[in-house]
Design a protein around this ligand. Structure first.
Ligand code: SAJ
Length: 420
């Protein structure tokens, strides 16, 4: 089979790689010339364990080619971003453009699969009409149209892309069945066929579930600050209950999916989604809460030096998109208390952020407070005697509850309760 993948990012590239590995001829398309140039040379610009090796293998064997224009194929996969506009409504223009770009290459019986996360009803109301206007009777299966939301988690994409259960939302029943054949080429996980709108909504609700639950944990962290109780201990004990699964609080929710996807639902149902809207507000308020905790810890210090540990949106990735840690850093830097902020991150590079990144020891040198914003493995196994050895006062605020126990005079405070 010939497969054409439009969009060679965090989803399009792995899917191209595994399909090529399964023996398909894959042609990848991207508007970014840098992505194409690199790919033609067998290299990639994305950090994802296992992806680089896979891609260089299938490029050198000729199974994966790349270019700026689509080619004729049996199957077209759209995996372009769906960002949000400033007013928090979904920007689906990349999806629409991608579908339009394949129109000249379509033949009867081809499959068109949208993997991009989209607002509910997008396949029915926006994508199908583009194909119909071009003369294809999609309801009669002249083109097999489906939405297959990708649910792989950054950091573990290569494993999850093969093992996760896949939901296929067909525009018609026949389209779902036809598209299932494509994924069966490499998928070890289960396949569930449903309608396009159900697939759209289930993807969005998965991420909304996580956002709402994290908001609940973050609200607990704020309450724990009022009540002088350790939120993590409360969560640990509540989760002993067989039907309770509280999430973990932190400095906010980052990445390009969880803080975005709830807005896709909210936009279509504003009056009946107060819980989702409040969850977004709570999670967006967390960087400000971190700042208030730092203010409390440095109340009597002038020009306090803060060592910041972690800039990415979550542990063990270099991805800074939507990172609450970056938000916290800028709030500190722009604060009138004149904080001297020294950042460290084992993965993030200076060409990704407008910040200096220091070696760990240097950031801690004579610092007043160390602020842990990301649970990188390096921090989880660090020797906590370094705080006493390097800092002016060994006070640590661990927003991710990830450090090993304190040693000597070091005080490690959890998120929320600073009384202990
Ligand atoms: N976070 C917390 N507390 C928690 C869990 C996470 O504060 O208890 C924070 C993280 O630190 C991070 C953010 O939430 O800033 C999101 O991280 P994540 O690991 O929950 O999720 P993502 O964005 O890396 O990937 C999610 C996944 N969705 C779900 O787990 C429901 C993934 O499976 C999806 O494929 C991906 O979104 C996507 O592309 O939609």
């Amino acid at each position: 089979k010939n497969i054409c993948v439009v969009g060679l990012g965090h989803i399009g590239l792995p899917i191209s790689g595994v399909l090529a590995e399964a023996g398909m001829n894959v042609h990848g398309v991207d508007i970014d010339e840098k992505v194409i140039d690199n790919l033609q040379g067998g290299s990639i610009l994305i950090e994802e364990p296992g992806l680089g090796d896979l891609v260089s293998g299938v490029v050198s064997s000729g199974r994966l080619t790349a270019g700026g224009e689509p080619q004729e194929a049996d199957v077209f996969i759209v995996a372009v971003p769906t960002p949000v506009y400033d007013d928090e409504s979904a920007n689906i223009t990349y999806v629409e453009q991608a579908v339009k770009s394949i129109l000249p290459y379509l033949n009867k019986g081809n499959a068109v699969i949208v993997e991009s996360t989209v607002p509910p009803r997008t396949i029915q109301d926006k994508v199908a009409p583009v194909l119909e206007e071009a003369g294809w009777d999609v309801a009669a299966n002249e083109i097999y149209l489906a939405h297959c939301p990708e649910r792989v988690i950054p950091g573990s994409v290569m494993k999850e892309i093969k093992e996760n259960t896949l939901i296929i939302g067909g525009y018609t029943k026949e389209a779902a069945a036809k598209v299932a054949e494509v994924y069966k080429l490499f998928l070890e996980g289960e396949i569930i066929e449903t309608t396009a709108i159900t697939a759209e909504m289930s993807k969005l609700m998965e991420n909304t579930y996580r956002d709402v639950n994290i908001a609940l944990a973050n609200e607990l962290a704020k309450i724990s600050a009022e009540l002088d109780v350790n939120a993590h201990e409360v969560i640990r004990l509540a989760n002993v209950h067989p039907r309770v699964e509280l999430h973990e609080p932190g400095p906010g929710v980052g990445g390009h999916c969880i803080p975005v996807d709830p807005y896709f639902v909210i936009e279509k149902a504003k009056d009946v989604s107060p819980l989702m809207q409040t969850a977004r507000e709570i999670n967006n308020s967390m960087p400000e809460f971190v700042l208030s905790q730092i203010e409390k810890l440095t109340k009597h210090i002038s020009n306090p030096k803060i060592a910041v540990f972690g800039l990415s949106y979550k542990g063990d990735v270099d991805d800074v998109r939507g990172s609450p840690a970056i938000d916290v850093v800028f709030k500190l830097v722009n604060n009138k208390k004149n904080y001297k902020v020294f950042c460290h991150d084992p993965y993030v590079r200076e060409d990704q952020v407008p910040l200096r990144i220091h070696p760990l020891e240097e950031s801690l040198e004579k610092a007043d407070v160390a602020l842990v914003l990301v649970d990188h493995s390096e921090y989880k196994k660090m020797d906590t005697s370094i705080f006493e050895d390097r800092m002016k006062t060994p006070v640590v605020l661990d927003m991710r509850n990830c450090l090993p126990e304190a040693k000597g005079d070091t005080r490690i405070y959890p998120i929320g309760d600073l009384s202990g």
